[in-house]
Design a protein around this ligand. Structure first.
Ligand code: F0G
Length: 361
């Protein structure tokens, strides 16, 4: 039951091992969203729903590789800082691999579903009186002192696994439409995924499998209240300025110091992509629009659609483009945000007549 050759591990040739600690992960759906497609006004729009991974986010693709490496190394304790999804994935994959896990979370800023996962999968959960960036500073120090094995996206093996998002998108889009997407739009927090996709495309180009002209434009989206990478792209800076105070409804990307920016910024520039910041209102609108097509995502995921809408309105994205938006996490990760964005339950009497009367109102 090692799932060799399934999902992420279909691409073992691009990974450091033939198989991993697996649940299994990958092979996520590439949804048609016809109403959104015509409303946004692009030639083709597909949604790669990474919320359909085993623990409900794309982090599983990185953990299946990273935890396998940790096992190989024989390390004692696995650890990460997290806005929630990384901790849920680490807890589950650590449990699968039979290793102890420690997660550092910003107190009061992690969605309920994610903490529930870490708790039940038996992670030791430390709530830090600070934001995600503070948590990452601390866990890096613990790793430097040899106390824990770090499984944030600073760990290069995580990004190896996440490359398979790019491989799946290119393979499936090409199979369906006989071409590659012009653009991939994704939410950005620590910029690990952006870096992983760029590495994926570079390797394909260097191996001769992909024409440089066919590389999709990497387009990153951040929340207005946490947009240091957008600032760097707009100002043409090589590095980013750390934002000490960040806030957004999309708590998954409530990050002021994207540690993978040195790898992500060149990717955005070299592919002809861009980065854009969106309001919390636009994120919630996009979350409802996706839900209206049956695709349930958490707020950070909806940022990709909100960003595409904004760039289309600005004329940065053309009407003849074929676009894939990445939705990174499942609706159930953040039930509070879903209640906030969705309909309220209506109390009714325990009686069919009364219920009929109520729904006729
Ligand atoms: N979307 C979701 C749902 C996420 O959980 C994250 C990151 C991102 C997007 C951003 O991805 O960091 O590769 O740019 N979550 C991390 C965590 C930080 O701790 O779960 P990125």
């Amino acid at each position: 039951e090692d799932f060799a050759g399934d999902g992420v591990w279909r691409y073992a040739a691009a990974l450091p091992f033939e198989e991993g600690v697996s649940l299994p992960e990958g092979s996520t759906p590439l949804h048609h969203v016809p109403r959104l497609e015509s409303e946004v006004g692009v030639e083709r729009l597909r949604v790669k729903h990474e919320g359909m991974n085993p623990t409900g986010s794309f982090k599983d693709r990185g953990m299946t590789v990273g935890v396998r490496v940790a096992k190989e190394l024989g390390v004692g304790r696995l650890a990460c800082a997290s806005t929630g999804n990384t901790s849920a994935a680490l807890a589950a994959y650590g449990a699968r691999g039979g290793m102890a896990t420690l997660v550092l979370l910003p107190a009061g800023k992690v969605a309920a579903g994610k903490i529930a996962q870490a708790a039940l999968h038996d992670a030791r959960i430390l709530e830090v009186d600070g934001n995600f960036d503070d948590c990452l500073d601390i866990v890096q120090e613990l790793a430097a002192r040899g106390e824990v094995y770090l499984l944030n996206s600073l760990n290069p093996f995580r990004l190896e696994g996440q490359k398979t998002i790019g491989l799946e998108i290119l393979e499936e889009f090409r199979a369906d439409h006989d071409t590659y997407p012009d653009r991939i739009v994704l939410p950005v927090g620590n910029a690990g995924n952006t870096s992983a996709l760029y590495k994926c495309f570079r390797e394909l180009v260097q191996s001769g499998a992909l024409d440089p002209a066919d590389v999709p434009k990497l387009t990153g989206v951040q929340a207005e209240g946490a947009a240091p990478l957008v600032e760097a792209v707009e100002e043409g800076n090589d590095g980013i300025r750390r934002w000490p105070d960040v806030e957004t409804v999309a708590t998954a990307i409530r990050i002021g110091n994207p540690v993978n920016a040195p790898k992500a910024l060149p990717g955005i520039r070299a592919t002809g992509g861009t980065a854009v910041a969106v309001s919390d209102e636009a994120i919630t609108d996009a979350q409802r629009a996706l839900a209206g097509e049956g695709v349930g995502v958490e707020p950070a995921s909806a940022a990709s659609i909100a960003g595409l809408r904004k760039l289309r309105d600005q004329g940065v994205v053309d009407a003849d483009e074929q676009v894939v938006c990445l939705t990174t996490g499942h609706l159930l990760k953040d039930p509070d945000a879903a209640f906030e964005a969705g309909n309220d339950p209506e109390p009714v009497p325990n009686d069919a007549e009364a219920v009929l009367e109520h729904i006729a109102e």
